[in-house]
Design a binder for this molecule. Sequence first.
Ligand code: IMP
Ligand code: MG
Length: 176
Amino acid sequence: MNKKLNVLISSEDLQKRIKELATQINNDYKGEKITLVCVLKGGVMFFTDLAKHLTIDVEFDFLDVSSYGNEQVSSGIVKVNKDLDSPVTGKKVIVVEDIIDTGHSLVRIKEHLLSQQPADLKIAVLLDKPERREAKIQQPEYIGFTIPNKFVVGFGLDDGQLLRNLDYVGYVTFEE
Ligand code: IMP
Ligand code: MG
């Protein structure tokens, strides 16, 4: 059986949509400063491409969380591995994450950041897999693409830590 990589969202489509989201953010935060929080490691490609198109004032910070147990089946328990460099108290924050799947990670991230009393907290996800949602969580304010219930890789998303570097979002199939 050979592993075959298939394109779900092309590099061109990703870039076009990310530019649109940046325009939306530029309009929503006109004349304001935001803290863009990258959720490591999956959010990194979306984060850097989104940031390049922002014309408002932007600070960067980074957060790393992980779910316990099997990577592909979120257990619902999430821990903070790397915290922000500075608390976001009084700041306008946009969290940048690769995907919302069950929603447990984002619930934990939101809780964690809200405890620091930011002035505003919004979520930007590149991908939304609504069929898999378990957690009670409001829809992210900025969503790149809604995708079917498929395990995807590339553009930050990994399969056993590999394939994050692809410039497209793909999925794996197995062929004879
Ligand atoms: P959630 O807590 O179930 O919403 O999952 C969030 C995290 O699970 C994401 O930030 C990803 O790191 C990972 N994840 C969810 N679905 C996929 C996928 O299709 N491919 C790769 N990683 C995924
Ligand atoms: Mg992630």
